[in-house]
Design a protein around this ligand. Structure first.
Ligand code: NAD
Length: 419
């Protein structure tokens, strides 16, 4: 398979978004031709011994989109819908995200097609270690640094770090970010993406002159991003009226008890059996009347079918690619204020970058330092995007992509084409 073939709905969408922003910027067509596809893509077989003794072969991917600004950086996703096309789209979005927030990093992504909720701890560990061994020549602290994404967490990062370190013969904490603090992780990384979503929502509300303490919010997905976003939104006085995960959605117009939902999720690894609120469908959840809607699960949840029925004022994209280009146009027409994924969820990669820097220096920061530096980076990026959107009369997504793509393009032109 060649690297110009990773087709999927998500990749089509990423390329469509890129083309629109690149056309508006008028970028060099030779550079555009290169940026529409990944730099490199690796597909690996991951044989894993299951608890019953048989060997199951999973398919794993690592896609590196562009490293003109610095080493590749991107999460590892464990989900049944993972494909080469999806991982390629996510890698491309990482390039624009790192560039937008000014990080000296490029874009990558990885994943394994699997349902981690059906695997035992042993199976998950064996699969993760073999995957790491299969991609070991492809990653490295100065080359490509993985991180958590959907279906993976700090434990998975610890296994990747350990496997890589065993092969090198010494501890290499800087090979991954999002690992436990005990082995070189940073304070504040686990909460960073959700926290960033909230920092961006606060900036949007200031701009729109909305008092958030009088507002309601709905959050789709209750994993790393969704649960922290919900908790932090509730902390600043927003009433969370709807929450969902892969097992179902729950609504209460008087507000859901987030701390209690966190206890349920902690115990059951999902919201299954949640006794709080009324059960509704995930589709109904997205269409609830609210001030702030945070999709924090999968791609393409908001499309041309449900976009006309959305009733939020601010759409803060915790997930990557939750809104299709068709839905973007509809939401623009309805006056919904969009905080695009590459800005709204950039907190994760910003604090991942902080973690990598701390590991390389063997010098660790306090959580307050991490959070205040994170806020500075994101708030600056928010205002750059807002200014670009006003100057160029484009929506916030296009403005964010234009800034991200422009920086990458300029770097590519400076570095030139290696013959
Ligand atoms: P996670 O695995 O921790 O949680 C995902 C959540 O989504 C779970 O609660 C799951 O039950 C729920 N979910 C799955 N399918 C669903 C469906 N059809 N309807 C409703 N809920 C569903 O993953 P995460 O790390 O929170 O990632 C969520 C999104 O945020 C992804 O798009 C990811 O790429 C993006 N993101 C994550 C990070 C990070 O630091 N983890 C950073 C940037 C972006």
């Amino acid at each position: 398979m060649s690297v110009d073939e990773p087709r999927s709905a998500a990749m089509e969408m990423a390329v469509e978004q890129f083309d629109a922003a690149a056309t508006k910027l008028g970028i060099d067509p030779n550079v555009a031709a290169r940026l529409r596809r990944p730099d490199r893509a690796l597909i690996v077989s991951v044989p894993t011994r299951m608890d019953d003794g048989h060997v199951r072969v999973f398919t794993g991917y690592r896609v590196q989109h562009n490293d003109v600004l610095g080493p590749f950086k991107g999460g590892v996703r464990y989900h049944p819908a993972v494909t080469l096309g999806e991982v390629s789209a996510l890698a491309m979005w990482m390039t624009w995200k790192c560039s937008l927030v000014g990080l000296p990093l490029g874009g990558a992504k990885g994943g394994i097609t699997c349902d981690p909720s059906t695997l035992s701890r042993n199976e998950l560990q064996s699969m993760t270690r073999r995957f790491t061994a299969e991609i070991i020549n492809f990653i490295g602290p100065e080359v490509d640094v993985p991180a958590p994404d959907m279906g993976t967490n700090e434990q998975v990062m610890a296994w990747i770090m350990d496997t890589y370190s065993q092969h090198k013969g010494h501890a290499v904490p800087e090979i991954v970010t999002g690992k436990p603090v005990a082995i070189g992780g940073t304070l504040g990384r686990r909460e960073a993406t959700g926290r960033g979503v909230v920092y961006m929502t606060i900036e949007a509300a200031k701009h729109l002159q909305i008092d958030l303490t009088q507002c309601t919010a709905v959050v789709q997905g209750f994993g790393n991003v969704g649960s922290v976003a919900a908790k932090e939104l509730a902390k600043i006085g927003i009433k969370i009226i709807g929450i969902s995960d892969r097992t179902g959605a729950f609504v209460n117009p008087r507000g859901l008890p987030i701390d209690k939902l966190l206890e349920v999720a902690d115990k059951n690894h999902s919201l299954e059996g949640c006794p709080y609120g009324d059960r509704i469908s995930n589709q109904e959840l997205l269409e609830l009347k609210c001030d702030v809607l945070v999709p924090a699960a999968l791609e393409m949840q908001i499309n041309e079918v449900n976009a006309p029925r959305l009733q939020c004022r601010i759409l803060a994209e915790g997930a990557n690619g939750p809104t299709t280009p068709q839905a973007d146009a509809i939401l623009r027409g309805k006056g919904v204020f969009l905080i695009p994924d590459i800005l709204a969820n950039a907190g994760g990669v910003v604090v991942s970058y902080f973690e990598w820097v701390q590991d390389l220096q063997n010098f660790f920061w306090t959580e307050d330092e991490v959070n205040s530096k994170l806020r500075d980076v994101l708030v600056k990026a928010f205002h750059q995007v807002l200014e670009m959107s006003q100057k160029q009369s484009v929506d916030m997504r296009q403005a964010a992509l234009m800034i991200g793509i422009d920086r990458v393009t300029r770097a590519m032109l400076w570095r030139g084409l290696y013959a």
